[in-house]
Design a protein around this ligand. Structure first.
Ligand code: 5GP
Ligand code: MN
Length: 338
């Protein structure tokens, strides 16, 4: 953060404010961890905070401290619109274009309050008065830690806040293994453990709480895995029928896309998940090395993200989506073949 931004943030938070905090649509561990941590921190400073998620988030994140206070815009739209109108300050966390808030975007665009963005995705928008954007950061949770540190209040990080931040850093770094995990990340995480984050329980709460049907769905996804060997690509499909057969619940497919990348020699992995209710196919992309899935998701799938992890969607049928994907792959021959 620049010194100017730090001073402005201190001014904006100088007296108790009505604050709204927003994660992106389809919030993940980093988005929920960062927003809950910031909420707990700001409330302890005397502010009045509403955390509004555009839609539901996975059950495997619901153990997180204060999770019961998350408002879901899709469920209580009118009440949430009231909070957004009344807000004196709005934080957007883990996204950088208002369109990533889904149906909530229209209400955010009308809001009179200034925005503070804290985010690590590529190509930030210009809607915020304070834009704390850093694409080198592994997670928004690490940025929330630095945000609190920058305004001189690191000693106010409680065990609950530390738990939320640890969980988000852990999930967005694939348990501290992706390239964005730096020595600074480990220093932050060490401090969070010292401040009361119980690392073993956090890992167990997130990774060891699968249901039987979720593991069966993983089995189905792995059966569907296809490899395009000469282009070092692997992809998975899951149809609505397959999801229904395995009692699919939000979050059940989290991490499935990574199995493609775990194959020896594969540098590009995708998963295509049919969503008949929204009439779209939701897509996740992952890569290793310099192949930018952010560029590909932006160009072809109304999406974006990071160089090695991005997402998007397709309005075609599942079969047509896969056909189109296969047809665009050769265009990336120089970056994908050996
Ligand atoms: P995931 O594949 O886990 O849903 O998302 C991977 C990354 O891509 C995350 O950082 C997420 O924010 C981003 N992402 C996922 N879906 C979309 C999308 O539809 N649009 C944009 N701009 N980013 C997305
Ligand atoms: Mn993130």
């Amino acid at each position: 953060m620049t010194n100017k931004d730090i001073s402005r943030v201190k001014e904006l938070l100088a007296s108790p404010q009505k604050i709204v905090i927003v994660p992106h649509k389809g919030p993940d561990g980093d988005a929920i961890g960062a927003t809950l941590a910031l909420k707990l921190f700001l409330e302890a400073q005397g502010h009045f905070v509403k955390l509004i998620a555009p839609n539901e988030y996975p059950d495997f994140l619901k153990w997180m401290p204060n999770s019961e206070d998350v408002l879901i815009y899709e469920k209580t739209q009118e009440k949430c619109n009231g909070h957004i109108e009344e807000a004196q300050l709005i934080f957007t966390l883990d996204f950088n274009q208002l369109s990533r808030a889904g149906e909530m975007a229209a209400s955010l665009e009308k809001a009179s309050a200034p925005f503070i963005m804290i985010d690590h995705h590529q190509q930030p928008g210009t809607y915020a008065e304070v834009t704390y954007s850093d694409v080198t950061m592994c997670s928004t949770c690490q940025m929330v830690y630095h945000f609190i540190e920058n305004i001189g209040l690191a000693e106010k990080i409680t065990p609950q806040i530390a738990t939320c931040l640890y969980a988000g850093i852990m999930t967005d770094t694939g348990s501290f293994r992706y390239r964005s995990t730096t020595s600074l990340t480990h220093r932050v995480v060490a401090d969070l453990i010292e401040k009361g984050a119980d690392n073993t329980s956090i890992h167990e709460n997130i990774y060891d709480t699968s249901s039987y049907s979720q593991l069966q769905l993983l089995g189905c996804a792995l059966q569907n895995l296809k490899v395009v060997e000469d282009l070092r690509t692997a992809y998975i499909t899951l149809s609505q029928e397959e999801l229904d057969r395995h009692n699919f619940r939000k979050g059940d497919t989290e991490g499935f896309v990574n199995y493609g990348l775990s194959l020896s020699g594969i540098v590009f992995a995708a998963i295509f998940i049919e969503n008949k209710a929204e009439n779209i196919v939701k897509i996740s992309f992952r890569s290793k090395g310099t192949f930018s899935v952010n560029d590909l998701a932006r160009k072809y799938y109304h999406g974006g993200g990071h160089i090695n992890a991005a997402g998007g969607k397709s309005d075609l049928s599942l079969e047509e989506t896969v056909e189109k994907f296969i047809s665009i792959l050769p265009g990336y021959k120089t970056s994908l073949s050996l």
